[in-house]
Write a protein that binds this ligand. Structure first.
Ligand SMILES: O=C(O)CCC(=O)C(=O)O
Length: 265
């Protein structure tokens, strides 16, 4: 763990896979500063500006483009970014793969508020989930690559540390407040190039863009254990882009689904 000033959550060195993995089990997420250098942050923002919507993409106050890895080999680097891929493999297995990759532009009218979990594979009482004899397996995670400095105005992601151990969905109390074990949703304030890697059961939310004229740029790479099916939009009409496939390293091909043959491997 590294103590970096200006962060509200604990942060981890990019290559501290063990510390990050422990954080996924304890807090439900790991915040990792200084992952993507400024020139690649800038290239990614420009590449998002050049995206054209198709299929289930949407544009408006929030522009949301799905499976961008299939549009240009540029995006492949965000599937196996050094340090991040080690955490994906340590948490979801050496045959883990991506189930999607989403690019966002959140303009001033964007309102992403809506506390949720991304997926609950099992539900159980909190005392069972919190029992130290039990470890909730990590099957699905998302890496947020932030492409701006994020402050309270620029739609930070919110998280409740430890809430993946609730064993269930987001549950407001009788007064409508959302807390878990006394902790509230807290904003992840961070820098351009930082990564928030979080598991699917943690209670989290997007939020409003309260700035006058700034747009948040975000890239999400969604990972899962191999047993979780890939969900590539536009689904039935999905076709791999040959230019992207031919640019892949063997590891990137595996992340796109080129696994060892065998249903249980
Ligand atoms: O916009 C954000 O920061 C959060 C996005 C989110 O919650 C999600 O994609 O599940």
């Amino acid at each position: 763990m590294t103590a970096v000033s200006g962060y509200r959550q604990r942060t981890f060195d990019l290559h501290d896979t063990e510390g990050q993995l422990n954080a996924l089990h304890e807090d439900g997420f790991a915040l990792i500063p200084n992952v993507v250098p400024p020139h690649i942050v800038e290239q990614a923002r420009q590449a998002i500006d050049n995206l054209k919507p198709f299929g289930f993409d949407r544009e408006g106050a929030t522009d949301h483009y799905k499976c961008v890895f299939n549009r240009d080999p540029f995006w492949l680097q965000f599937t196996d970014w050094p340090g991040i891929i080690e955490l994906a493999e340590a948490s979801m297995g050496s045959e883990c793969h991506i189930i999607g990759q989403s690019a966002w532009r959140s303009h001033p009218a964007h309102n992403g508020w809506g506390p949720h979990t991304d997926r609950l594979f099992v539900q159980m009482p909190p005392d069972m989930c919190e029992d130290p004899r039990f470890t909730l397996p990590i099957l699905l995670c998302t890496a947020h690559f932030y492409l701006n400095d994020i402050d309270e105005e620029l739609c930070p992601t919110y998280v409740i540390p430890g809430s993946h151990k609730s064993g269930g969905p987001v549950k407001p109390d009788a007064d409508g407040n959302i807390t878990y074990k006394g902790r509230e949703l807290e904003p992840v304030i961070c820098k351009a190039g930082d990564v928030l890697f979080f598991r699917c059961e943690v209670w989290h939310s997007g939020s409003k863009n309260r700035s006058a004229d700034r747009t948040r740029y975000l890239l999400q790479t969604h990972y899962s254990n191999r047993v979780v099916a890939q969900q590539f939009s536009p689904f039935l009409d999905w076709q791999f882009n040959p230019e992207v496939l031919s640019a892949c390293s063997p590891r990137q091909r595996r992340l796109l689904g080129d696994h060892k043959p065998g249903a249980y491997d």
